[in-house]
Design a protein around this ligand. Structure first.
Ligand code: AKG
Length: 218
C-alpha cells in the first residue's frame, strides 16, 4: 500500500478488479493483447498521465515464460506515443514477468502490457486490483456484504468506496484549498509511503515502472 500511495496519492480507491483464469491453450502467434490501462483516458486527455496502477495477486505459479505471464515493456510508461500494432511480432524490449503463487506484481497504467499465451499444462490464476485517485469514477461498487465486512475499518471503506465515506469532498467549494493543496488523508495512508515520492521528482516504482514485490510488502 505504501508503494501505491507514493506512486499515486494516499487519496486512492480501488476503481476496478478482476480475477483472470487462463487454462492451457493453443498457441496463438498473432494474438495482440498489448494495451495500456484506463480506456479512453489517454485519448480524452491527449496526454499520457499516471492515473492508476494495478496490483496482481498470483494464485498459481507462473515462473517460466509461456505460462500466461504478465508481459510488460519496461520504461514504456514514459513514452509519448502509442505502441505500434504488430501482430505476430514481440515488441522490442518486452519481457515476461516470472511470478510464483503468493507473489504480488505492480504496474502503472501507462506501461504497455499484456499476457503471454499459456502453453503450459497449468491454469494461470491472478486477482488484479486497480487503484486510482478517488476523483476517477469506480467501475464497480461494493456489495452489501463488502460494506458490512468493512464496518469499523475506515481505511477499507475508503478503498472500496463506501458511499457514506465522507472525508473526500474533492472539488467541493467549501474545501477547495484542502482539495487542491494536499490530498485528504484522514487515515494516515501518507505515513505508509516508504518509497521516494513522485512529488520529490522521483517515481516510487523502480525505473521501468513495474515490479514484483514480496507478498508482505503489499
Ligand atoms: O493477464 C495479465 O497478466 C495482464 C492483465 C492485464 O492486461 C490487465 O489487467 O490490464
Amino acid at each position: 500500500m505504501g508503494v501505491l500511495a507514493g506512486a499515486l496519492t494516499p487519496n486512492l480507491h480501488i476503481y476496478h478488479s478482476h480475477i483472470d483464469v487462463h487454462p492451457p491453450e493453443e498457441d496463438k502467434p498473432n494474438a495482440w493483447r498489448w494495451h495500456e490501462d484506463g480506456g479512453r483516458q489517454t485519448a480524452d486527455l491527449d496526454y499520457r498521465a499516471r492515473l492508476s496502477a494495478k496490483l496482481g495477486y498470483w494464485l498459481s505459479d507462473c515462473d517460466e515464460p509461456g505460462m500466461g505471464n504478465l508481459e510488460v515493456i519496461p520504461g514504456s510508461n514514459h513514452w509519448t506515443e502509442f505502441l505500434p500494432r504488430t501482430p505476430g511480432q514481440t515488441p522490442e524490449g518486452a519481457i515476461q514477468v516470472l511470478a510464483k503463487a503468493g507473489d504480488v506484481t505492480l504496474f502503472e497504467r501507462r506501461i504497455w502490457h499484456g499476457r503471454s499465451t499459456n502453453l503450459s499444462e497449468r491454469t494461470r490464476m491472478v486477482v488484479f486490483f486497480g487503484y486510482s485517485p478517488r476523483w476517477i469514477v469506480q467501475r464497480e461498487f461494493p456489495s452489501a456484504e463488502q460494506l458490512q465486512a468493512a464496518i469499523g475499518d475506515p481505511l477499507r471503506r475508503q478503498l472500496i468506496g463506501a458511499p457514506d465515506w465522507d472525508s473526500c469532498h474533492v472539488g467541493a467549494p467549501s474545501s477547495r484549498s484542502r482539495s487542491t493543496s494536499r490530498p485528504p488523508d484522514p487515515f494516515g495512508l501518507s505515513g505508509w509511503v516508504h518509497a521516494p515520492s513522485r512529488r520529490e521528482g522521483a517515481c516510487a516504482l523502480p525505473r521501468g515502472g513495474a515490479c514484483a514485490a514480496p507478498k508482505q510488502a503489499a
